[in-house]
Design a protein around this ligand. Structure first.
Ligand SMILES: [Zn+2]
Length: 89
């Protein structure tokens, strides 16, 4: 089921756009305390994000450039917040 599309904020960079798409798809999340972006390692959410990027790239950006931007964001982030202490146990 598609989520209701909300008004998107102005996006200044392709990377910023890619992050917003990944967040919308649920592929990444931000640490509540520190704001670091973390990979949620959810292949289905990733797939959704790539479909969204291909179908609805930013104005003037090709579908391929849009999906490349998503891949670059995913490559550059970890799956945990670098500032949060590791979970006990
Ligand atoms: Zn944190």
């Amino acid at each position: 089921m598609l989520m209701t599309k909300e008004r998107r904020p102005a996006i200044r960079t392709l990377r910023g756009w890619a992050i917003s798409v990944l967040q919308e798809a649920g592929a990444i999340r931000e640490c509540d305390e520190h704001g670091w972006i973390q990979d949620r390692a959810d292949p289905h959410a990733r797939e959704r994000a790539f479909v969204m990027a291909r179908q609805d790239p930013p104005p003037g950006v090709s579908a391929q450039a849009a999906t490349t931007a998503l891949a670059e964001v995913l490559e550059g982030i970890g799956d945990s917040c670098p500032e949060c202490p590791p979970e006990p146990g």
